[in-house]
Design a binder for this molecule. Sequence first.
Ligand code: ZN
Length: 422
Amino acid sequence: MKADLALKNCRIWRKKRLTKTGLVIDKGKIVSITKSRLPPSKKRIDCKGGIILPGLIDVHVHFREPGLSHKEDWVTGSRAAAKGGITYVMDMPNTIPPTLTLRDLFDKKALAKKSVVNFGLYAGISQKNLNDLKELSGQAVAFKLFMGKSTGDLALDDISLLLKAFTNVAKTKKVLCVHAENEKMNKYFYKDYKKRTDPIAFARARPPESEVLAINDAIELAKQTDVKLHICHVTTKDGLTLIKRAKKNKVDVTCETCPHYLFMTEDDMREKRTLVKMNPPLRTERDQKALWKGIKTGKIDILASDHAPHILQEKYQNIWFAPSGVPGVETSLQLILNAVNKRMVKLERVVELMHDNPIKRFGLGSYGDIEVGNDANLTVIDLKKGWEISREDLLTKCGWSPYEGWEGKGMPVMTIVNGRPI
Ligand SMILES: [Zn+2]
């Protein structure tokens, strides 16, 4: 019997190094990894020396369906992910309706059947479902809690409610992901800055201190409750310092940052204005430097896109009305591979940030690992291939990117999901 697919002339990322070899896939599984002649197969692809990585994972996307599918849906979002070398996405709960009940999770799962990549769904936490978290945990990949307001209104900022949320998530053994901004501090600064209309005023109205305060609270609550805490999109040097210290003190905390905080600063707001409005906002070079250090040293565990698409018509409003968020699921990998080429970070770290740490943290078993018998979820990259980001090439439904016109080298060339090349 012929196998479904053979990949020849590839280099495989395994046990933290590259090995020249061929790979055979049948019925969705890796059936052979071999240096000798490949057996006959129905389809054969010459990887031309391309590097096969474990299937990469994006732990933070907003695919907007149900309810906001004019911005993105499971078809367009997942195709954009596959194009960006992502084989598995974890979708956030702030849709309409928000994903708060078992019914919501099942409904979203039915919609997500259209997805061309694998997925997990977050359950959101609100005042209404604090007692239902145990039953939700069977269907949700993890929980998401908004300590500050963002798209949708799931903010929980009362300390007794937070304590209850942390306690009840701890009982489920799932990871609690928090959007860490202090709602009350933001409110205080909004009052002052709302008189201004320039984009920087928005960044000032959600200051770094707001994130630092919220991270501090979240860590203290994690200490008390033993919850597995994950801080989403860390943007500040001081926030990262708190996380590093907590890790040293054996608090079970991990964190992620996003490409936009690594590749842009608040200066980009002057030119790109509302297009790069996001929560938390872009920060200064001081913070950006600290994030890069965290990426290089492993103090930041995960790189996630926080793919948060809005259509241009919505983004082109004044700074206070325009919605927050930028698309990114299809550009994360090429941006970070370009950084690999510039020796800003090692490929080994990229695999840790986008595969090893996500599977470890979120309990995804051996997902994506390149081993015989495992499901074939693979990301093939070409480190030498040049790129320029242009609107015409994008697959996200929102149809734009904050990186349009950017050029670089190193990109995904093929994504294999459950044995199928996409
Ligand atoms: Zn988000």
